[in-house]
Design a protein around this ligand. Structure first.
Ligand code: TNX
Length: 565
């Protein structure tokens, strides 16, 4: 699929600002409003990231949002939530009322309609129907008088809405009203994901991040149709989740982080807030309690868990592999049972991640014995166990998922675990690790798995990457962000963007559409979107970014390595 570089002329036209315009701006607006260029849709149907499975452009057709455009939706609470979400996305920049109305209500003019198939009559255009849209797919039709999203699930409707959002000019990302012609390119998209698991991980243990920061990361995931947020909640440097039965884990174990910072932890209400915000965006939380290593913070809080029963000092460095809970003490299994039980009870999603990485001091049968017990404890909570691929040698339990973070695709132990029934989430360190630097001079990040600019993040196939693991065993893909050197939301965004959309496209789009040359062109159009929304990103030299539009009166967005911290 090929796309042209987005036209900066039309992008500029769309972001002229109504507030305190300068004379020249007004003249330019008048000229452009009268001119032909604004009649052309500013975004092409095939500019969407991740690339849709099928699309058919109707170049002669454009839908334009107007003062009386309404959103009609199937009478269904989940669908209604998606419709409200769409209205909230579009109202700030467009300044339009965009009322949300029941689908059965009297037709307002110029509607956008969200339909849950099966609950209302099928749409008139039936090419392909909605029979095969599945759990997350959608069909989007843009005609000159109507925009329709049809899906079998609210998740599908939600992804249709994310596509719809991308089809509007970049100015739609503005938090304040912008004078513009809110045109969508005509045509049809039929879309559904390649893999059911598409995720990112945020390490909130090495540095603690406020709930608001986590919610903002959820927004970035949702925008690119990622559906899992893995939170690395515990590590040597801090324990970040309240556990009622072992309260000192959070109050004592949470009071540190890398460097001199105060650390912190999420109360159960904080965590519930993240869960519910994420679930409204069709993002499932995957909580990780890292065991038996990476546990110094737990040992500071409860020395009885330590092999020598002596509390170590809090750890604020960045080494790994030195700490572990005592696998020979029954009290350790009380701790594991209590903690995993409470975290499972807080988490509506099916997954519970038990880490298992870099427990260098717990070896051989002692390690596999510990893991097998922990896997059973997870099963007893009713959740499905996920762990880093170091879990591979342990016995299989029903549904077990390994998260592969290797850099050498030939990994016989992991391939063997897959033969015994495990499924894989693939997170190759040298492609998917968002904490790797982009280039030698990137001011934050690691380089142990190499430098990862956008092309390296994009140019691999999750379905065939690990030797002797069939595509059918691949549940999906995840991009982990470790935060040893990451201290602010701007840092997080700088490392996430633009690599997260690359990983998202590998997780969502059919393999046949994966194409670096086309991807970099489509991705380029997202720079102005992030700038307009005030989102920090890395201006990778591999991507042909258009000139960033400026909106008079709006604060300039931080967009590069020089982002404020
Ligand atoms: C390895 S990847 C780790 C983490 C570090 C990361 C830094 C994995 C399962 N363990 O403890 O933060 O490298 O890139």
């Amino acid at each position: 699929m090929s796309s042209p570089t987005p036209d900066p002329t039309t992008a500029d036209a769309a972001v002229l600002h109504p507030h305190e315009p300068e004379a020249g701006d007004l003249a330019a607006l008048a000229a452009r409003t009268a001119g032909d260029d604004l009649l052309a849709p500013p975004v092409r149907l095939d500019d969407v990231v991740p690339a849709p499975e099928l699309l058919e452009a109707d170049p002669g057709t454009t839908f334009v949002l107007a003062g009386d455009t309404a959103i009609r939706v199937t009478t269904h609470p989940g669908a209604r939530e998606v419709a409200d979400h769409l209205a909230e996305l579009l109202r700030p920049a467009t300044g339009l009322p965009l009322p949300v109305a029941d689908a059965l209500a009297v037709d307002p003019a110029g509607p956008m309609t969200l339909t849950l198939a099966g609950t209302t009559p099928p749409p008139p255009a039936t090419t392909g129907g909605s029979a095969d849209l599945g759990a997350e797919g959608y069909r989007l039709d843009v005609g000159s008088s109507e925009v329709r999203v049809v899906a079998e699930t609210t998740a599908g409707l939600f992804y249709g809405v994310q596509t719809l959002r991308q089809l509007l000019p970049a100015a739609v990302e503005s938090p304040t009203p912008v004078a513009g012609r809110w045109a969508l390119p005509g045509g049809t998209i039929l879309d559904r994901p390649r893999f059911p698991y598409r995720g990112a991980m945020l390490d909130v243990a090495r540095h603690f991040f406020a709930v608001e920061d986590v919610l903002r990361v959820v927004d970035h995931l949702a925008r690119y149709k990622l559906n899992h947020l893995h939170l690395h909640l515990t590590d040597d440097q801090g324990w970040r989740i309240a556990v009622d039965s072992w309260p000192r884990l959070a109050t004592v174990g949470g009071a540190s982080e890398v460097g001199d910072g105060p650390g912190g932890h999420y109360t159960k209400d904080d965590y519930r807030r993240i869960v519910s915000y994420a679930s409204a965006r069709h993002v499932t939380l995957v909580p990780e309690i890292d065991l038996p290593g990476h546990t110094n913070a737990a040992l500071v809080a409860y020395p009885e868990l330590a092999p020598d029963k002596v509390a170590p000092p809090p750890y604020t460095g960045t080494e790994v592999g030195f700490s572990y809970v005592d696998p020979a003490d029954e009290r350790t299994y009380d701790f594991v049972t209590d903690v995993l039980g409470e975290v499972a009870a807080l988490t509506p999603g099916p997954w519970l991640h038990i880490g298992g990485d870099e427990a260098f001091k717990v070896k051989g049968e002692v390690y596999t014995g510990f893991v097998e017990r922990a896997q059973r404890i997870v099963a007893d909570t009713g959740k499905t166990v996920v762990g880093w691929h170091q879990l591979a040698p342990a016995a299989h339990v029903d549904g077990r998922v390994l998260q592969w973070w290797g850099t050498d695709a030939a990994d016989p132990a992991t391939a063997d675990a897959v033969r015994r029934g495990a499924r894989l989430i693939v997170s190759p360190g040298n492609h998917a690790y968002l904490d790797m630097k982009y280039a030698e001079d990137t001011r934050i990040g690691h380089d142990w798995a190499g430098l990862i600019d956008v092309r390296r993040a994009y140019d691999w196939d999750p379905g065939t990457h690990v030797t002797d693991v069939p595509t059918t065993a691949v549940l999906g893909v995840e991009a982990p962000l470790w935060t040893e050197s990451v201290t602010s939301l701007a840092d997080i965004e700088f490392l996430l963007l633009p690599r997260l959309p690359a990983i998202a496209e590998l997780g969502w789009s059919p393999r046949a559409t994966n194409d670096w040359a086309g991807f970099r062109e489509r991705l380029a159009g997202h720079g102005p979107r992030w700038s307009t929304a005030g989102i920090t990103f890395h201006r990778s030299p591999e991507v042909p970014w258009p000139a960033t539009p400026t909106i008079p009166g709006q604060r300039p967005a931080a967009t590069s390595d020089t982002a404020e911290r």
